[in-house]
Design a protein around this ligand. Structure first.
Ligand code: 9MR
Length: 329
């Protein structure tokens, strides 16, 4: 395949490939990209997470330019990276990702405004509900305003549920109950009314208590006028774990305007081709599913590197799972 030819290049060759891809309309690489093939089925994007560390690897940059249509900042837009101390914002990493995406015409999913993890201690040690309210509003407003028109969708709240569908204990829920959801979504919507705002979580891979709890909360919040537009299913899966994903996405889609697979990877399976095809088909078969994001490009930069969970190996060669998706599309 022409696309595969462009994927295994090293050094100057990869840079040349990248330049050609970015400047040539209808190049062979572009016409066989996963993103282009996925969009041909009526979807919005097929993407990956990245950040300056991976975008600076020439082979990864070339792969993304040729194959992926969407970027999620893997770490650079999280609270610890953007507001490490109160009202002192640092956008170096997030700006790099967003500017790169603009240069190469990639959609950005912002990730993530409110999360109990990678949260600076100055936030987790807040004891006043009114202070925390203002802090959430300021954080969400500042980030969404900065990237207005450049970030299409946001994971506004991330991983707020326990496995039984109840709300996870965090500084947010402990001080504000579930109203921190209202506060965060309202602030984000006020800052950019065009951005699609998501609630995102993991273990939403079958119709389970967590899916049901999430659907119930989204239904009640939307009925109350809170601008929740989408539901993201991370899909950090193990071998054989994608079989019920379509049913779960179908259930999630009953509660929102759109759903997405936001962080898919397959640990302990060596990224079996059939697992990936099952996950991609789950999105294809659910009308409201707008896109799939793989959680990284090459195994060596994966957060689960030892289980080789991605579509490209540590030498930046396309794996069987990549070819299987291309063939399935
Ligand atoms: O991939 C991210 C990794 O580089 C970070 O060390 C880790 C720290 O929490 O976060 C990883 O991304 C997570 C994502 O933001 C939310 N869902 C789970 C992902 C994997 O842990």
């Amino acid at each position: 395949m022409d696309s595969a030819r462009g994927l295994g290049l090293n050094g100057p060759q990869a840079l040349l490939s990248a330049m050609l891809t970015s400047t040539t309309t209808g190049s062979s690489s572009t016409s066989t990209s996963i993103d282009a093939k996925f969009k041909a089925h009526g979807k919005e994007y097929f993407g990956t997470c990245a950040d300056q560390n991976t975008l600076s690897v020439s082979q990864i940059a070339a792969i993304i330019q040729a194959n992926f249509g969407q970027l999620t900042p893997e770490n650079s837009m999280k609270w610890d990276a953007t507001e490490p101390s109160q009202n002192s914002f640092t956008f170096t990493g997030a700006d790099y990702l967003v500017n790169w995406a603009q240069t190469y015409g990639k959609i950005v999913r912002g990730h993530t405004l409110v999360w109990h993890s990678q949260l600076p201690s100055w936030v987790s040690s807040i004891t006043s509900a009114s202070t925390l309210t203002t802090v959430i509003q300021n954080h969400a407003t500042t980030i969404v305003t900065r990237y207005k028109g450049k970030v299409a969708k946001y994971d506004v709240v991330n991983e707020i549920f326990n496995e039984d569908g109840t709300l996870r204990s965090s500084v947010f829920s402990n001080l504000l109950g579930n109203t921190f959801v209202d506060i965060a979504f309202n602030a984000a919507h006020a800052a950019d009314s065009s951005a699609k705002l998501y609630i995102n979580d993991y273990n939403l891979d079958s119709v389970n208590s967590k899916v049901n709890g999430l659907v119930s909360l989204v239904n009640s919040k939307r009925a109350a006028g809170i601008p929740i537009h989408g539901i993201g299913s991370q899909a950090h899966l193990s071998a054989g774990g994608a079989g019920s994903l379509q049913a779960a996405l179908t259930q999630l889609a009953t509660a929102a305007d759109e759903v997405a697979i936001t962080e898919v990877c397959f640990s302990l399976s060596g990224a079996a081709a059939s697992d990936y095809v099952t996950a991609v088909n789950a999105c294809l078969n659910v009308a409201k599913c707008v896109g799939v994001t793989v959680w990284g490009v090459s195994d060596n930069y994966s957060w689960r590197a030892s289980s080789t969970p991605l579509l490209f190996d540590s030498s930046y060669q396309a794996k069987a799972a990549y070819t299987a998706i291309i063939n399935a599309l």
